[in-house]
Design a protein around this ligand. Structure first.
Ligand SMILES: Nc1nc2c(ncn2[C@@H]2O[C@H](COP(=O)(O)OP(=O)(O)O)[C@@H](O)[C@H]2O)c(=O)[nH]1
Ligand SMILES: [Mg+2]
Length: 299
């Protein structure tokens, strides 16, 4: 098996196929068959710079300011791309290859755009903790957005099970009712290891897990736990004392010792839940365009 296949590529193995493991503006780190480690690549301006403005179907007669700009898909972490390798300097990303799964959220600030949070995952972990931000409405929202993910499976993951108190069962019952057979429900604790076997079932070689959920629910901690006992142990004091928080770094797609990969998305404050009555974003309206300052910040 070649390196790109170990990183989840399932198509024909050809030269110049890479997977984005982290994105930094116009620059991307890729893994590929052409080199060990990661290579730096940037996207070809002429392929991604052009934009034409179109009115989505539901916006006929819309004002110019409301029109959506369409442009070729911009690569994000998890994408497979076609690129031109340059061993001497920056390689050039030519196009984003078709995504087999994708998860998008509404942008609460800009009513009619959406943001792609994760792509090319086999399993989407929709994560929530019982103690801090429990909201069955939010899970309902995530599951509604997840109806459209393509080839992946959504799983609801209740985190920090060690912090559960008597009486929390009622919340869990409410949640089970909300999920209503739409997804599997896992209950985990990165602290005690509870539920980790069920998580590891998904972490099979070549599979990609994507973690989404509000900031602070324990996404990065679960990743650390899966990434290795040793690594997690060195972080323990800092992690559990609450003094410092491990923040999601720019390396967003991580290869686990099991051979599975995790895409740890940065903390998402909103999932388009400005009001419960918000419509789910219309299909095809997504622009993959994000105004300055709206890029989700790490944590
Ligand atoms: N008690 C407990 N705390 C946890 C657990 N998982 C994460 N935390 C804590 O929750 C906080 C946020 O975790 P983090 O992984 O950074 O959340 P993220 O923003 O979703 O990546 C940190 O202080 C963690 O130590 C858990 O299973 N049990
Ligand atoms: Mg994090």
């Amino acid at each position: 098996m070649t390196r790109i296949e170990r990183f989840g590529w399932r198509g024909a193995v050809e030269p110049g196929i890479g997977r984005v493991v982290s994105a930094h503006g116009d620059y991307y780190h890729l893994v590929c068959n052409e080199a060990e480690g990661e290579i730096l690549a940037r996207k070809k301006k002429s392929a991604f710079g052009r934009m034409k403005t179109v009115a989505p179907d539901d916006m006929k007669g819309a004002k110019k300011s409301e029109l959506q700009a369409s442009e070729p898909l911009k690569p994000i972490t998890g994408d497979f791309v076609r690129f031109r390798h340059n061993a001497q300097g920056d390689s050039m990303i030519l196009e984003v290859l078709p995504r087999f799964s994708h998860f998008e959220r509404r942008d609460p600030a800009a009513r009619r755009t959406s943001q792609t949070l994760a792509v090319n995952f086999d399993t989407l972990f929709i994560m929530m903790s019982l103690n801090e931000d429990f909201s069955t409405a939010r899970i309902d929202r995530y599951l509604a957005l997840a109806e459209d993910i393509g080839g992946g499976e959504a799983v609801v993951v209740l985190t920090k099970a060690d912090l559960w108190r008597d009486g929390d069962e009622a919340f869990v019952d409410e949640l089970v009712e909300t999920i209503a057979g739409r997804a599997r429900l896992l209950k985990v604790s990165s602290l005690t290891g509870e539920g980790m076997d069920a998580v590891r079932e998904y972490a099979a070689p070549g599979k990609t897990l994507a973690f989404v959920g509000s900031s602070g629910v324990g996404k990065s901690t679960l990743l650390n736990t899966l990434a290795g006992e040793e690594w997690a142990a060195t972080q323990e004091i800092q992690e559990w004392s609450g003094k410092g928080r491990h923040t999601t770094t720019s390396r967003e797609l991580v290869m686990l010792p099991s051979g599975a990969m995790v895409i740890d998305t940065p903390g998402v404050r909103e999932i388009g839940m400005v009001g419960e009555t918000d419509q789910v974003v219309a299909k095809g309206v997504s622009t993959h365009r994000w105004r300055k300052g709206q890029t989700p910040v790490t944590q």
